[in-house]
Design a protein around this ligand. Structure first.
Ligand SMILES: Nc1ncnc2c1ncn2[C@@H]1O[C@H](COP(=O)(O)OP(=O)(O)OP(=O)(O)O)[C@@H](O)[C@H]1O
Ligand SMILES: [Mg+2]
Length: 237
């Protein structure tokens, strides 16, 4: 039996909403990328140039131990400011992801986390930015949730996997767990679901009070390694 008009218009509305959400997510990613580039090429470069000039000035100091120590202190402060700025810029847009891929970018997130986070699995190949960003942001949110809601003693494991047909991840923690059905509809969990939905996958969250949390997703790949899901905004590489 052919589908009814109501079914068709319902499916069309869902596709329309997905397309607009996809455009919003893509625009936000481009803005984050531009902001990260501005910080990197602007403020960060200025600070690095000042650091070099300060080191050169230090070489001109003869014998004055106090001045030498003061300049060294200022140099350490500048180094710390440059590192902090780099971290902030990385949080806005993951440059490591664009340059080195998912394993490197998530290892970077793991190192910065207050809780112990282990990244396991084989090196994952490069994929279209939309797909890599979806997996990256979901894993990052799952790691953050584990640490934020479970405390710094919670252990987190991020496992990336890939074969000829799909790429995916599993993030599990041994924290307090929660009632997934009773969690707020809006917020980080919803963003994770939207991100994965937009690349044609499905997010799974399994959790129970006292039994930790497992967040996972697998996304199908086409033969060419691109996203199989035929969304126009996502097909572009
Ligand atoms: N790994 C986890 N362990 C324990 N509780 C969790 C975990 N992940 C999510 N939760 C619970 O589910 C709720 C919803 O998570 P969600 O990520 O949507 O929001 P949030 O982390 O509180 O805030 P944000 O919107 O900034 O992410 C959390 O407030 C928390 O109670
Ligand atoms: Mg959250």
């Amino acid at each position: 039996m052919p589908p009814s008009r109501a079914t068709l218009s319902g499916a069309g509305a869902v596709a329309g909403v997905r397309e607009s959400v996809g455009r919003v997510v893509e625009a936000a990613d481009r803005q984050r990328e531009a902001l990260e580039r501005d910080l990197h090429d602007g403020v960060q470069q200025r600070l690095v140039a000042l650091r070099i000039r300060l080191a050169l000035a230090g070489e001109l100091v003869n014998g004055d131990a106090r001045l030498r120590a003061t300049l060294a202190d200022i140099g350490d402060g500048l180094d710390a400011a440059i590192d902090e700025l780099r971290e902030v810029a990385h949080g806005i847009y993951p440059t490591v992801l664009a340059e080195h891929g998912l394993t490197a970018a998530l290892s970077h997130v793991a190192r910065a986390c207050a809780s112990p986070v282990e990244v396991v699995g084989t090196e994952v190949a490069r994929h279209p930015p939309e797909l890599e960003l979806a997996i990256y942001y979901c894993c990052r949110e799952a790691i953050q949730n584990a640490s934020k809601h479970g405390g710094s003693s919670v252990h987190v494991q991020v496992s990336l996997h890939e074969d000829a047909n799909k790429v995916g991840f599993v993030v599990c923690d041994d924290g307090p767990g929660f009632d997934v059905a009773g969690a707020p509809a809006a917020g980080g969990l919803e963003h994770m679901r939207d991100r994965i939905d937009l690349v044609g996958g499905r997010l799974s969250i399994i959790s129970r009070a006292g039994a930790g949390t497992v967040v996972s997703a697998a996304i199908a790949l086409s033969d060419a390694g691109a996203i199989s899901h035929g969304h126009s905004a996502l097909a572009r590489v």
